[in-house]
Design a protein. Sequence first.
Length: 323
Amino acid sequence: MGRHSKQRKRRSLRPVVLSSVLAVGVVGAITAAGVLSVHLRDPRQRTSADTVAAVGSAPAPVPVTSAAPSPSATPSASTGAEPPGPQNVAQAGSSTDGLTRQVPPFAPPDVKLGVTGAAPLNSESVRVGALFTGDVAPGNHFCTASVIDSPGRNLILTAAHCLSGVSSIVFVPGYRDGTAPFGSWQVTKVYTADGWQNGDDPDEDFAVLAVAPTNNLRIEDAVGGNPIGVNAALTVQTRLYGYSDSAEKPVLCTNVTSREDTFQRRIDCPSFSNGTSGGPFVDSATGEVIGVIGGYQQGGDTEDTSYSAYFDHTVADLVARAS
């Protein structure tokens, strides 16, 4: 996941210039056919190599209907106003287990702050998923990501430090117990900020990933997408999701975030262990994603405190570049 025992020095300054990495480090003969395939860094190693994603085949997703329109595709500043509300997602079936089920719409849970437990199955939690290389099977996932709203309806968000030394990345939204209830989605491109590319700046430890449609279905059409929130207050009640690499269900904790430094947010939630990097910080008041587990100490040196790079115009511009 990237929760390393060795602390990484925080930077006091952050670059603001962004670039996509669509054509950096491309390898393999399939490039000539117009398909990008590159080597990505291992999340347990630190290098400064640039990153792009690899393409491959994946199981077909199952179409899902939505009872609500998509949230705005433009990242916006959090205002504390009533959220637009995550889409109601009704699953028609499963591509892996043959089950037919209804996914309940999201409703704000009654929670005890700072307590971690299994995430309930609802229209918000199914937008969170696990990242895999190789087979979608227990023990193969290594980081967490989530679907974000975008014009192309094909983007997910994770931590940049997750994308190290792995290839042919697959995202499985709503992953539980070895099954892919909404199918598996192949990552085709990765976008990171210049500060991460040029020195692994923890203040820019976030990455936007494009995923290929399957059977002409885009991922946001399958499960919906949470809007990105920028310039949110550092003290915000937040739902934190993640997939531990030793578990097969997502966990959820709600607590109030605080300021670690100018460009770092922290939250105290127990039992967020290896594998939870990239998990979204969801603003409880707006439903917007305002961070991902990463940043300082690549997400935190202990399982009980997690960090995120602060989301401002840098991440908003990155989403716009990927869209």
